[in-house]
Design a protein around this ligand. Structure first.
Ligand code: ACO
Length: 371
């Protein structure tokens, strides 16, 4: 029996704190006029001290699980796509798993920069279609504001923080994610890079003093690459789904730059009115931008059950990709999810597990004295 991966839940979370172009113009040599005309961005959201990639991911996930009416214990897999994880390890996905109380789920992080959500969506879909799992939670979450040099006008104007999540569920009915393409070209890795702080260049006084722990970008080259691959990936994914671009009702692109999106749609001969753009309010939230834009499209009634939608993105790596989905809409309500109760249950579960681990260690220590 063929299985399909339907998108049955979705949720987003963005910080409340807004940073406008005028605010930025007080920090670096730029202007609202320059930023708007070159990128389309007016403002972005910036995480406060209590917010992080995991907290935003958990908020978005709780909303997605609520829409899907799915208990976290029914999740088999959690993938967090992020370039701004809480730590190198443990994976942010494991923090999310613990905070959701998803006791039966495997969890890992995926790093494909701004294309990460497309990659994660495809991996989750393939795991469902193979019959290996039934329910997956796919999250794109970022706090790139923590990795940006706020004195570098080339990059600090672009990025914002946020998270978005999809629930994927197995069903024999045709629909959900029906095709995807994932591509990469590591020869362009230096065009968008965060060089310091990992194994290639461990953090030292010198790496920090010279700002190697910040994002570095060749904007012009990334721009040229992006305009080329967005259209290519869309065409490939549509062809793989045995459709044509005329069958597509909505394109939800990675929200990096309005001019990149316009150029890609022009070469696809696809109308702008059928494209979702919200980068004016959030900037580039990297891997979170596609699920956030999807949530807003649904709120605005632009995406309905049965619609064919294309998700398309590009990013550091270089990476790019696209996915075609037949929109499923939420499942009939079986039981009402209560996020507050879920959160309390998850916290209690985590506390009990830590406590039991400590007791276990004490007993083990008594029976295995140091030699
Ligand atoms: N304010 C004012 N002037 C600026 C600013 C700024 N914020 N930033 C750059 N400039 C100046 C440059 O110094 C340059 O001056 P010069 O001609 O005297 O050297 C001039 O403006 C033009 O610079 P360009 O880089 O040619 O400007 P461009 O039109 O290409 O726009 C931008 C720059 C917005 C960065 C664009 O190239 C872009 O969007 N590139 C893609 C970036 C992107 O999408 N990155 C994310 C990828 S996704 C991921 O994986 C995270």
């Amino acid at each position: 029996m063929s299985l399909y991966a339907h998108i049955t839940g979705w949720g987003m979370a963005v910080p409340e704190q807004i940073l406008t172009n005028d605010d930025l113009a007080r920090q670096v040599d730029t202007s609202d006029e320059w930023i708007q005309s070159r990128t389309g961005i007016r403002e972005r959201r910036i995480a406060n001290g209590d917010e992080s990639t995991a907290t935003l991911a958990v908020e978005a996930s709780l909303r997605a699980l609520q829409v899907a009416n799915l208990d976290p214990m029914d999740l088999d897999l959690i993938i967090v796509s992020t370039s701004s994880p809480e730590y190198i390890f443990p994976a942010t996905a494991c923090l999310v798993q613990d905070r959701l109380g998803a006791g039966n789920a495997g969890a890992f992080d995926l790093l494909a920069a701004c294309t990460g959500f497309i990659y994660a969506l495809n991996i989750g879909t393939q795991a469902i279609r193979s019959g290996a799992i039934r329910n997956a939670l796919i999250i794109g979450a970022e706090t790139l504001s923590r990795l940006v040099d706020w004195k570098d006008r080339n990059t600090c104007i672009l990025f914002g923080d946020g998270a978005g999540a999809f629930v994927l569920q197995a069903s024999p009915e045709r629909g959900g994610v029906i095709s995807a393409v994932m591509r990469s070209d590591g020869s362009g890795g230096d065009l968008l890079i965060l060089p310091g702080g990992c194994s290639r260049m461990p953090a030292t006084y010198e790496t920090v003093a010279s700002g190697k722990h910040y994002i570095q970008m060749n904007g012009r080259e990334v721009f040229r690459f992006a305009t080329r691959v967005m259209a290519q990936a869309t065409e490939e994914a549509v062809r793989k789904a045995e459709l044509t671009i005329k069958d597509v009702q909505l394109v939800i692109p990675h929200q990096a730059n309005q001019r990149i999106i316009e150029a890609a749609l022009r070469s696809l001969n696809f109308p702008m009115e059928q494209c979702v753009i919200n980068l004016d309010r959030y900037g580039n939230t990297s891997t979170a931008s596609i699920p956030i834009a999807t949530c807003e499209a649904i709120q605005q009634g632009r995406l309905k059950a049965g619609d064919t939608v294309v998700f398309v993105g590009f990013g550091a790596g270089l990476t790019w990709g696209a996915a075609v989905a037949v929109w499923s809409g939420p499942q009939p309500v079986v039981r009402r999810m209560l996020p507050l109760r879920l959160r309390l249950y998850a916290r209690l579960r985590s506390w009990i597990r830590r406590f039991l681990r400590r007791i276990d260690a004490m007993i083990w220590g008594r029976h295995n004295p140091p030699i």
